[in-house]
Write a protein that binds this ligand. Structure first.
Ligand SMILES: [Fe+2]
Ligand SMILES: [Fe+2]
Length: 482
């Protein structure tokens, strides 16, 4: 049933791609599987491999009911290969081949480019699991611990999704890439993950929530662009991955919301009217709003780097050849070919940040980054409404796109949060007010004390409004003894 929504759930690898009839790919995946489990045990959640975790597992791609919940030991999780249903008569939505039937096989001239796209996307999935592997030990509640592990197993499934495409469509090259995806390690000096933000550490839960808010949202934008692909198996794969990705951003955004709620509540109880009185706020054992702002500055700027150079021939080629579209390509009202069109891009010209019209094809990374910023702003407004409702004037903000960048036009530029260029000395003087410093890290570390009683929450975070799968807050989301 390669094109149906029915899933063969009984075999080693649940799938709706007809693996039983595809001996070659099935064997390749079964050969890859033990290495994946070894990787999961070595690099997955540290200390909880035997715990029973109340997880959702994808068992269908029917939007009405695609998941089931139940206790699972993570190494026994069913990582399946699931593609969204095929769309009858689908055509290539953009680029030079616009309007032709969508490809079911990889067009010869696109092989190298497509393989690169799959490997880069695939590499981010295990990377984030590695970055988050220590966090289970300091979870502020069983509910949060469960959400962390849910995100982790789904990132594992996303790796499976990319590995399937590599093994199915790229033969020996694909098998080699699939093996290499298990060999690189986040933060490793010799064999790091491919992209910068995926080699950073995630030392505490505020970082985790910021990472899932911002960096998983980069994932959403990339998958959104790949879901438009003229290569139909990639489009279908990404469409289903997006269903899971939404939950990751929910975990991040609601996590930060709960921290804000708790902080505002504690400040009110203590009669603090100035949220920037960091010393007094920290004496209450909650996370001050200025520190949340610094973490936003850090994670937002690291994530912007993932969109690559403002002007990019690779992005132009990926679009023109029909492999990677724009976010919501099918909802944009233009010719979807973009020859002769222009797009405004911020550039550094004569030492000044200025907007310049560039060929729209060259500016596609920028367009995706702008879509990301707009999407991220929505969550920020929600956070600010909580602060406002609690009666405080403080507002969180996204820093300027030129702030703290390592890639593109603004790499290495010393700009402040508003995008004003600073002298080296002004930057050094102000840096500790922009980005978390060692003292901030130590303070957060001091709060990261595990809470493992069902229904109990660490003092720096409010309980969630709702539990998972209709379960109450005091439900035992993780049975640690297994
Ligand atoms: Fe993912
Ligand atoms: Fe994700």
């Amino acid at each position: 049933m390669p094109d149906g929504i029915n899933v063969d759930y009984d075999g080693l690898i649940p799938n709706n791609v007809g693996l039983n009839e595809d001996q070659r790919v099935r064997r390749a995946l079964e050969t890859w599987h033990p290495g994946y489990i070894d990787w999961w045990k070595d690099m997955g959640p540290d200390g909880f491999q035997e715990a029973l975790v109340y997880l959702r597992t994808a068992i269908s791609v029917d939007p009405e009911g695609w998941a089931k919940f139940g206790y699972v030991k993570m190494p026994e999780y069913k990582w399946g290969i699931l593609l969204a249903p095929a769309v009858e008569g689908r055509t290539i939505p953009f680029g030079a081949h616009k309007g032709e039937p969508a490809w079911q096989e990889v067009p010869g001239e696109c092989r190298a480019m497509l393989r690169r796209l799959l490997v880069i996307q695939g590499d981010t999935e295990p990377a984030s699991v590695e970055q988050q592997r220590h966090l289970g030990r300091t979870a502020p509640s069983l509910y949060d611990m469960r959400n962390l592990f849910q995100v982790n197993v789904e990132e594992g499934r996303h790796l499976w999704a990319m590995v399937y495409l590599l093994q199915k469509y790229f033969g020996r090259d694909g098998r080699e890439e699939a093996a290499a995806l298990l060999q690189r390690r986040s933060g490793d000096r010799d064999t790091p993950r491919m992209l910068g933000a995926f080699n950073e550490t995630t030392p505490d839960w505020l970082s985790f929530f910021m990472f899932t808010t911002f960096t998983d949202r980069d994932g959403k934008m990339q998958l959104g662009a790949l879901a438009q692909s003229g290569f139909d198996p990639l489009s279908r794969t990404c469409r289903f991955m997006l269903t899971e990705e939404a939950h990751h951003m929910f975990v991040g955004e609601s996590g930060v919301s709960r921290i804000i709620e708790r902080t505002c509540q504690a400040m009110r109880q203590a009669g603090i009217t100035d949220p920037t009185d960091v010393e007094r706020v920290r004496a209450l054992g909650v996370i001050d709003l200025p520190l949340m702002q610094k973490k936003i500055n850090l994670h937002f700027s690291l994530t912007l780097d993932l969109f690559g150079n403002e002007m990019s021939t690779n992005a132009a080629n990926a679009f023109s050849s029909g492999l990677k579209g724009r976010y919501h390509e099918d909802q944009i009202d233009d010719d979807h070919v973009l020859l002769g069109a222009t797009y405004p891009v911020l550039r550094l010209i004569d030492g000044e940040i200025r907007e310049e019209q560039v060929p729209a094809l060259s500016g596609l990374n920028m367009r995706l980054r702008d879509d990301f910023v707009a999407d991220a702003s929505v969550g920020l407004r929600r956070w600010n409404r909580l602060i406002e409702a609690a009666g405080f004037e403080y507002r969180l903000q996204l820093p300027h796109v030129a702030f703290n960048r390592r890639i593109g036009e603004f790499a290495g530029l010393k700009a402040d949060l508003g995008g004003r260029i600073l002298s080296a000395s002004a930057w050094s003087a102000a840096k500790a007010s922009f980005l978390p410093d060692a003292a901030d890290g130590d303070y957060l570390a001091s709060l990261m004390v595990p809470v493992r009683e069902p229904g109990q929450y660490a003092g720096w975070i409010a309980p969630p409004k709702w539990g998972v799968d209709g379960k109450p807050g005091e439900f035992e989301y993780v049975r640690i003894e297994g």
